[in-house]
Each structure stands twice: as C-alpha cells, then as structure tokens.
Design a protein around this ligand. Sequence first.
Ligand code: NAD
Length: 249
Amino acid sequence: PGRLEGKVAVITGAASGIGRETARRFAEEGAKVVVADLADEPGKQAAEEVGGLYVRANVTDPDDVRRMYGEASEHFGGIDVLFNNAGISPPDDGSILETEMEAWDRVQNVNLRSVYLCCKHGIPHLLERGGGSVVNTASFVAVMGAATSQISYTASKGGVLAMSRELGVQFARQGVRVNALCPGPVNTPLLQELFAKDPERAARRLVHLPMGRFAEAVEIANAALFLASDESSYMTASTFLVDGGLSGA
Ligand code: NAD
C-alpha cells in the first residue's frame, strides 16, 4: 500500500511549484488530494493529473478557507492532512529602509494570516478523524539571517515557524501533529521570478549553498510526504530543514 493510502490531503498553492509536485507525490502514495489555489487553469490541470478535486480558494479569506475545507470534507468524507503551502515572495518586498507598507501587509496576509486561517478552520476536521498531520511551509530564512533584504517575507516565515511549534505543542495529546517544513532555495516559478529581476542574486545564493545547486520541487515534496505520513508519528512542533546544508554551513 502507498504511504498515504486512505488519507485525504488538502494542499494550498497546489497549482504550481512545491505544492503541485507534492500533490503528485501524495497521489502516487495513495492519498486523495484536494488542490486549492487561486490560479484556476493550472489548478484544474493539476487536480486532473492527480485524480483529485480542485477548489478555488483565496487563503487570505476566512470564508474561502472555511468553504475549501467544507467542500474537501464533503467530497472525500473527511480530512487527514493539511499542507499549508501557498505563499508569495514579491520582488517589491525589499530592505526595511525602502520597502512599502503595502508589501508588508500583502505578504503577511498571504504567508502568515493564511496559515492561521488554515489551521483554525482545518484542524477541527482533523480532530473529527481522531488526529492528523499539519505541514506548514516556512523557509530557511525563518532560522537564519540570509541577507535577502526581503524583510516582510522573512518575518512572515518566522511567524509560520513559531505558530507551527506552538500548535504542535497545543494539539500533541489530541493526535494532531503540526510541523514546519523549511525549504532552502527551490527551483520553482517563485524563485525564477525573483532571480529574473536580480540575476546576481542567484549567483550569490549559489555560492553559499554547500551542495552548489538549488533544490528541485520533488525534493521538498518528498519531505512533505514524510511529515504528512505516519512515518513521522513521533514528530511534532519541529523545524524540518531541507536546505542542502545552507543553514548548517
Ligand atoms: P509558486 O509561486 O510556484 O507556487 C505558489 C502557489 O501559491 C501558486 O500556485 C499561487 O497561485 C498560490 N497562491 C498564491 N497566493 C495565493 C492565495 N492568496 N490563495 C491561494 N493560493 C495562492 O511558489 P513555490 O516556490 O512553490 O512556493 C511554495 C511555498 O514554498 C511558499 O510558501 C514559499 O514561500 C515557500 N518556499 C519557497 C522557496 C523557493 O525557493 N521556491 C523556498 C522556501 C520556501
């Protein structure tokens, strides 16, 4: 049997990058997958590829998030896994001396408020099943200074990490595990967009990567798979770094 046989997983930001690859890996391992995103076309395509359900949801909107879990639960009969992965890293999020408040608010909403809402409205579904696994996508920037100048992004991911740790402790006795997945730089549209704006940044980043290369999305998806499955049954409130040695160097 697959490593997620019989489990229902809701993945946000599953139309692209890490989320999309994770939808594929989860399905390969027997999960029923709900692809949640704002991008309808690639979202529907991704859902079709994995034989899953596409739900359009803006994860910053409480009504959308409630409806997303409602539809997922109704369609598949319950929810076991939340992969709260949608996020943005906009090029206009720069140094604290220059960045606009607007970028700060937008990034906190999409990256941090979303995880709050997804946990708030998703965890009750896991409790109904007697337990489950929540994986929140943070980043290596939550644990190390990386001189990225993306102050709003870094702060939002620090928030995701702290919230995951706290919720992991709070729900430990109720069978709901909550872990933060912290990828290093991953070759996805998000990173490609950043580097297209500032090509030197890619070169600088590579110099500091012990492995000398960026991660492929599937390498992060495999880590999400481990955290989502019962193989990680003794892990909660943890910081799971998958960063090619970046934070260890
Ligand atoms: P991506 O841009 O390829 O995919 C992100 C997806 O999230 C997109 O499909 C987008 O439509 C969706 N999304 C954005 N805002 C949304 C909203 N309000 N509601 C619903 N969906 C929304 O990015 P990715 O690289 O796959 O990133 C996934 C996660 O991994 C993000 O949280 C990102 O911060 C994190 N991360 C990425 C890297 C990297 O180097 N790529 C490194 C560390 C962490």
